[in-house]
Design a protein around this ligand. Sequence first.
Ligand code: KG4
Ligand code: ZN
Length: 343
Amino acid sequence: MAYSRTPEPVLILGIDTSCDDTSAALLGLDGGRTDVISSAISSQFEIHKKYGGIVPELASRRHIEMIWPVVEEALGDKKPEDLSAISVCIGPGLIGSLLVGVSFAKAISYSTGIPLIAVNHLEGHLLSAFLEHTPEFPFIALVVSGGHTSLFKADGFGRYTGLGRTRDDAAGEAYDKTAKLLGLGYPGGPKIDALAREGNPKAIPFPRAYLGGSFDFSFSGLKTSVVNFLREQETIPESSRAGLNDIAASFQAAVIDVLARKAERTMIKTGIRRLVVAGGVASNSALKEKMSRMAVKRDAELFIPSPKYCTDNAAMIAFAGYHHYLNGEFAGLDLNAKAYLPL
Ligand code: KG4
Ligand code: ZN
């Protein structure tokens, strides 16, 4: 391990306000054991759904209203003074939203003297499988969310090498944009996932952008294909048009074929047969099945968190913070949020 373990049990409060959910979690850790004591989330779904996407200004205003109630819920009968550290997501994300969580965490730290830890949101996702499993290093991590589609090699806590990332839209973004085109509303991922279960994934041959041997991704061409396909559909009689289920299933197959193939190629190239898939899109049922089949074929170990730890949550931020805590990596009160923050 890259850090020296401490035998003392610690209690870490995690805070994440990077996007549209206000979340706080309390994690109890002692060396080998991780206990998610609480994980509270206030969703802003109702606020943004009428706009078909997140409105940053409304998101930060709602974070301001909800940050204290959500942290209180996560703390339960514990007081801020009982904490060993406060671990806060500082980016990447929406700057106004991030600032609420970071300022709040700094205020608790200042008033109680509890140490502050800065966590990259992507590191939170990358380590989220540890909330329920104990994958050994090294492993390949595919982080697929609304803002990111990235492949990493993880050699230890804090030792990550980026292997590939999206050149345009993230996988979740492609789901959300396609769902909007299909009139399904926001967020699109779960809706397309549900519709696709009733459809034929081979009905429409949407393109797969494998980009040669690269480990990068590109999903904007797929989105354009869906737009063109829908335009063509309007020119033919309604009775011959493709059903929504088939469009959803075919779109989804194009996304997950690329994700699975790239993850597989990465494992072959690095010789690492251990894969973690995390982020909101990792809760997709067809992606999970496809990755499981691929892992069996490659005799690889596969770790996918439960849906509640795939989508944004503060438990993953507290867990990532624990390893900074063990390394004595604390932040000062000059800590700032960063919209752009590569891992
Ligand atoms: O990780 P996350 O909660 O937030 C970001 O860090 O972006 O991911 C949210 C994304 C959204 O784009 C949402 O549509 C997608 O994850 N998502 C899904 C599913 N559940 C959430 N995509 C496909 N299938 C799902 N079941
Ligand atoms: Zn996220």
